[in-house]
Design a protein around this ligand. Structure first.
Ligand SMILES: N[C@@H](CCC(=O)N[C@@H](CS)C(=O)NCC(=O)O)C(=O)O
Length: 209
């Protein structure tokens, strides 16, 4: 059987999510570290984004689709539970994070530091400052959601948790979001709990492309 390849820079939270899921499943996969908009990515993804999965001749894009494929095709623990209610709750949190929370916390706030688009490359203060009330609100919603037991759904590690950990890890490195997370007992406990997992440890500060 062909080896699964995940293409993309490990700086991307969504690339790290797919790798965490692959490791949790025990898949003998290969992370192919290519920079954003590498020619191979432009060729394989209609919008030139990462992650991209290659498995033999099969190409799949979008982290949700990639995770669904890995979870269904490979043995190992189910990251999307069989139980319909638990599965719906996982989908709910993945969708909330991907469509509502990531656009605020990563695209609007974090990229104001990391890819500011300013003439001299310094952080885009206006964009960052304008995002802060929403950053605080979204992190508060996440803190409430994991406060009970350190999981978004049920009492075990699911795709919902795997999808959130890399984003929060990246946010700990930025001043305002880092301070909010440090003040939140629930978010700090969530990150500490999952940092101990081999899958998460392998994708924490990985070499970047
Ligand atoms: N919805 C996509 C999001 C992928 C995405 O936004 N990837 C970013 C890196 S985290 C990217 O490739 N950005 C390049 C760009 O938008 O031009 C997924 O879940 O895979």
């Amino acid at each position: 059987m062909h080896r699964v390849q995940i293409l993309g820079t490990p700086r991307s939270t969504y690339v790290r999510v797919c790798c965490i899921v692959a490791i949790e499943k025990g898949i003998d996969y290969e992370l192919v570290p290519v920079p954003l908009h590498a020619p191979v990515v432009e060729r394989l993804h209609p919008f030139g984004k990462v992650p991209v999965l290659r498995h033999g001749d099969l190409v799949i894009v979008e982290s949700r689709a990639i995770v669904g494929y890995l979870d269904r095709v490979f043995p190992g623990p189910k990251l999307i539970p069989e139980d319909p209610v638990a599965a719906a709750r996982v989908e709910q949190w993945v969708s909330l994070v991907n469509t509502t929370i990531d656009p605020v916390l990563i695209r609007r706030y974090a990229l104001g530091y990391v890819m500011p688009g300013t003439p001299d490359g310094t952080p885009d203060r206006a964009r960052i400052d304008a995002s802060l009330p929403e950053v605080e609100r979204h992190l508060g919603i996440l803190a409430d959601a994991v406060a009970e037991n350190g999981h978004l759904v049920g009492d075990g590690f699911t795709y919902a948790d795997a999808n959130l950990v890399p984003m929060l890890q990246s946010l700990t490195k930025l001043p305002e979001s880092g301070a909010i997370i440090a003040r939140s007992g629930a978010l700090t406990a969530f990150l500490a709990k999952h940092a101990a997992r081999p899958s998460v440890a392998a994708m924490t500060n990985p070499p970047t492309a």
